[in-house]
Design a protein around this ligand. Structure first.
Ligand SMILES: [Zn+2]
Length: 284
C-alpha cells in the first residue's frame, strides 16, 4: 500500500462513490414502492426478468447496454448513470480534498506519489461519509420529514471507527463530540419546546448532530450547527412568509438538510472560518 500512487486511490474512491450512488438508485426506486432493498434481487421493472450482475455495474452497465435494458430493450433513464457518476466524483473529491488540505497545495507530482500519512486516510474517509451522506439526509428529510438512522446513528459508528485510525481525531474526542453535541442539541430542543409550547427540534436532528460530533469532534459539530442555523434563517424567513398566507403549516422546513450541507464545509474550513470570525470580532 506504501507504493500505490494517489491517482489509483482516486479511481478506487470514485468506484466506491459510484457504488453508493448505484445503491441510492435502488433505494429511490424501491422505498416508495414498498419493495425490500435486498429481496427480490435486481430485476427489470418492465418484464420482471433478473438482471445479470455485469449489467448492474454502476455507469459501466448502462454504457455497455447503450441505455437500453438487455432483456426487453426498453430505454433506461440516463439519470441513473449520471447520479452514479456524481456520487463517484464526490467520492474521489473526498480523497483529493483530504490530500490537498494536508499538503496545503496540489502539484502534479502529488498524483504519482503514494498516500502514506494515516491522518489523510482518516480525514478522507470522514469526508467521504459526510459528502455522500448529505444526499439521503436532504432527500428523505424534505420528503418524509425524518432523517434515516443509517446516516445519523451510522455516522456515530463511522466516526468512532475512523477515530481508531491514528493521526485523526482521537476516540475520546470522537465520543465526547457525539455525546456533547447530541446531548447539547437535545437540551436546546427541550428548552425551546417548553418555551414555545410546541415541538421545536426533531430527535432526528439530535442524532444527526451526534454523528457529526463523532466524525468532526465537538468544535466541528458546533460550527456546523451555527452555520446551519444561519443558513436556515436566511432561507426560512422569506419562505415562511410566502407559505404563511396558506396557514396550513406547509411553511415548516426540515433542519436536517441545512446541517447536512454545512457539515462537509465545516469539516474542511471550520477552523479557518472560526479564526476569521475571531479576527473580525476581537480584531486580533
Ligand atoms: Zn426487461
Amino acid at each position: 500500500m506504501k507504493e500505490i500512487p494517489l491517482w489509483y486511490w482516486l479511481a478506487v474512491f470514485f468506484a466506491l462513490g459510484a457504488c453508493v450512488g448505484s445503491f441510492y438508485n435502488v433505494i429511490v426506486y424501491r422505498m416508495p414502492r414498498g419493495i425490500s432493498l435486498i429481496n427480490p434481487p435486481s430485476h427489470c421493472p418492465l418484464c420482471k426478468k433478473r438482471i445479470p450482475i455485469r449489467y448492474n455495474l454502476p455507469i459501466v452497465g448502462w454504457l455497455w447496454l447503450r441505455g437500453k435494458s438487455a432483456c426487453c430493450h426498453q430505454p433506461i433513464s440516463v439519470i441513473y448513470p449520471i447520479g452514479e457518476a456524481l456520487c463517484g466524483l464526490l467520492g474521489a473529491l473526498a480523497l483529493f480534498a483530504a490530500v490537498a488540505v494536508s499538503h496545503g497545495s496540489v502539484v502534479p507530482a502529488l498524483f504519482a506519489a503514494p498516500v502514506v500519512d494515516p491522518a489523510v486516510w482518516a480525514f478522507a474517509l470522514g469526508l467521504f461519509w459526510l459528502l455522500l451522506g448529505a444526499y439521503p439526509v436532504c432527500a428523505v428529510d424534505c420528503k418524509y420529514k425524518l432523517i434515516p438512522d443509517s446516516i445519523s446513528v451510522g455516522g456515530v459508528v463511522a466516526g468512532l471507527l475512523i477515530s481508531l485510525i491514528p493521526g485523526g481525531i482521537t476516540p475520546m474526542a470522537s465520543l465526547l463530540g457525539a455525546v456533547v453535541a447530541g446531548g447539547g442539541l437535545y437540551l436546546v430542543g427541550w428548552v425551546a419546546t417548553k418555551v414555545l409550547k410546541k415541538e421545536a427540534m426533531g430527535f432526528g436532528d439530535v442524532k444527526l448532530l451526534a454523528g457529526y460530533g463523532a466524525l468532526m469532534g465537538l468544535t466541528g459539530a458546533v460550527e456546523t450547527l451555527v452555520v446551519a442555523a444561519v443558513l436556515g434563517i436566511v432561507v426560512m424567513v422569506p419562505y415562511s412568509k410566502m407559505a404563511a398566507g396558506k396557514g396550513d403549516g406547509s411553511g415548516q422546513i426540515p433542519f436536517g438538510p441545512f446541517l447536512a450541507v454545512a457539515a462537509p464545509f465545516m469539516y474542511l474550513w471550520g477552523d479557518t472560518l472560526f479564526e476569521l470570525y475571531v479576527k473580525l470580532v476581537f480584531g486580533e
